[in-house]
Design a protein around this ligand. Structure first.
Ligand code: PXG
Length: 447
């Protein structure tokens, strides 16, 4: 493609779509029929023409407080005027300490130490690196193996795709990290179809970890990472007892347990963290998305006290963990995070999500008998709806459903494979829950 003169381009083509390579998007199809969003408020997006679109997905599972909430917007504006940036290494700004303390207070047990990143992918790679370094400095440097799970999504860094279990996110990218194993996915349609919340069947699948430990020996295994509820792959709530069993096996063998709570953190399952919902304390929690309600990029890792303390040895002028990002704890992200946590607290949004869960699940299950609906899963304010594929065109039906929802119904849904995923902002009203599933029902009918 010859490069046109930028100035003349700006004058003649006000919105050339060619230069931008969209992430996780079929670029050619998108550029033929773009779905553009120009503005948002509370539960709605608005297209450049001003058409309202009900947000059934909280953006990408992140805008838990709803969109463009005034206190968050004001906090970002104010912070931008006060301090644009301070070095994240060897210096710090007050809000980063304040936000870390607030997050530690929300996290269960002795998960009290917060390391900031800018995304969930960075949070995952950070947690994996902390796990390896932790064993190393304790003199157990042979513990290098990492265990993920089939169908797991842990972002797109090399660490995250290595422990992740989504085939398309792995197969194009070489040999990945070595020494990684995967637990089996917890989903089984035959035993679990149309379950509200945590399925009865499947707790025993955690015992597969014992098999992996027996194969490699515990002395070579650093950490296990799982999403408490697997979101990206299509909403797979954990089977009853599964996470407890994983915790017990990890503890027995000195293996660190990491919960990737990038989606489940900050109210999605009705609690600050899913760890609390399930009464299971991992050694680290990764978070992102909801911490700022999507308003400014931010992620991080919460580690247990003992983990952090292990690093705090040696000469005091020497860096303890050789890791971090230029924008770790960026002032704008911290300001947005503090305002977001205030909003969650003041509007009781986590409790609200918990109270709405039965209504949400019931509304989702009204779609059960529509043609081509194979399964519906719900937990917290999330739902996954599996559709039957058309012969020879896996994913096309869900893709068309997303297009129709946006174009004809004014509803944003998320798709993965042949699954429609829903995860509205936690401010969603009962009427809007009804509206979301009525629209989805029409869309499924039309495809
Ligand atoms: N871990 C989990 C559990 C996630 O869900 C990440 C890590 C990576 O976060 P970043 O901020 O690097 O994207 C995620 C992200 C979807 C969807 O529709 C899910 C995510 C991102 C975009 C789309 O399923 N999850």
């Amino acid at each position: 493609m010859a490069k046109p003169d930028r100035r003349s381009l700006a004058a003649t083509v006000p919105n050339d779509l060619e230069a931008f390579w969209l992430p996780f998007t079929p670029n050619r199809a998108f550029k033929r029929a773009p779905r553009l969003i120009a503005r948002a408020k509370d539960m709605h997006y608005f297209t450049p023409e001003g058409r309202a679109v009900l947000d059934g997905t909280a953006g990408l599972w992140c805008c838990n407080a709803g969109h463009n909430r005034a206190p968050i917007v004001e906090a970002i504006k104010h912070q931008a005027e006060q301090l644009d940036y301070a070095p994240a290494f060897q210096f710090a700004h007050p809000q980063s300490f304040e936000l870390a303390s607030r997050i530690a207070a929300l996290a269960p047990g002795d998960l009290n130490r917060v390391f900031f990143t800018n995304s969930g992918s960075e949070a995952v790679d950070t947690a994996l690196k902390i796990a390896l370094a932790y064993h190393n400095i304790r003199g157990e440097g042979a513990r290098t193996r990492l265990i993920g799970r089939e169908r797991g999504y842990h972002g797109v860094g090399f660490g995250g795709i290595s422990v992740g279990g989504i085939v398309t996110n792995r197969r194009f990218f070489g040999s990945l990290l070595t020494g990684v194993d995967h637990l089996p996915a917890t989903y089984n349609r035959e035993h679990q179809a149309f379950t509200k919340g945590e399925p009865h069947w499947g707790g025993h699948l955690a015992d597969e970890l014992e098999r992996i430990v027996a194969l490699h020996d515990a002395s070579t295994i650093a950490a296990v990472i799982v999403e408490p509820m697997a979101g990206s792959t299509g909403v797979l709530p954990p089977p009853q007892g599964y996470l407890e069993r994983l915790r017990a096996i990890c503890s027995r063998h000195g293996i660190l347990l990491i919960f990737d709570e990038v989606i489940t953190g900050f109210g999605r399952l009705g609690y600050p963290f899913a760890a609390e919902r399930y009464g299971v304390i991992p050694d680290m929690i990764t978070f992102a998305k909801g911490i700022t309600s999507g308003s400014v990029p931010m992620g991080g890792v919460i580690a247990r006290d003992g983990l952090y303390d292990t690093f705090m040895r040696g000469p005091e002028h020497v860096v303890e963990l050789f890791h971090g990002y230029t924008y770790s704890g960026h002032p704008l992200a911290c300001a947005a995070g503090l305002a977001t946590l205030d909003l969650y607290r003041d509007e009781n949004l986590f409790e609200r999500a918990k109270a709405l869960e039965p209504r949400f699940a019931e509304a989702a299950m009204t779609l059960k008998n529509l043609p081509g609906v194979l399964d519906i899963r719900t937990v917290g304010l999330t739902a996954g709806i599996d559709l039957a594929s058309r012969p020879g065109a896996v994913g096309l039906r869900a893709y068309e459903a997303m297009e129709r929802a946006f174009g004809d119904e004014g509803l944003m849904v998320r798709i993965t494979g042949e699954t429609i995923a829903l995860s509205p902002p936690l401010i969603v009203s009962e009427a809007e829950i009804g509206e979301i599933f009525e629209k989805v029902a029409r869309v499924i009918g039309a495809t």
